[in-house]
Write a protein that binds this ligand. Structure first.
Ligand SMILES: [Cu+2]
Length: 131
């Protein structure tokens, strides 16, 4: 294997681990489960956040190091400007090494993104389908 192939294999293994971790946190059929997005960061190039599933009553906690935050946004389109005003909602203002939690109180599709300049456009956004 070349160095490049090794890199690709490592990336694939990490992706599989990530998928397995995602499934682990969301398989529960009981309400009140906790899901984490950790680390919440700009994803590596070409590896956007996978869509996630959750149930009404579950909550998701985003955890990060560096400067990030969490906003609820209405779709996968990154807003031009992040402000805590409908249809956007601030879950956690940008800060260093923080976390933010959202509880899912209704079925539907939810999108979350980082409000720091350029982060959403760089792929720091995630979709949840709540059932
Ligand atoms: Cu960010």
């Amino acid at each position: 294997m070349t160095r490049r192939q090794l890199g690709a294999a490592a990336a694939a293994a990490l992706l599989l681990l990530g998928l397995a971790a995602g499934v682990q946190g969301t398989e529960s059929s009981q309400a009140g489960g906790a899901v984490t997005v950790d680390p919440w960061k700009i994803p590596d190039h070409g590896s956007p956040y996978a869509d996630r599933q959750a149930k009404v009553g579950d909550s998701v906690t985003f955890k990060w190091s560096g400067t990030h935050g969490v906003y609820s946004i209405p779709s996968g389109d990154c807003p031009e400007k992040f402000e805590d005003k409908a249809p956007l909602k601030e879950i956690a203002a940008p800060k260093d090494d923080g976390e933010g939690t959202v509880k899912f109180d209704q079925k539907g599709t939810r999108w979350y993104a980082c409000p720091v300049d350029g982060h959403c456009d760089a792929g720091m956004k995630i979709k949840f389908t709540i059932s």
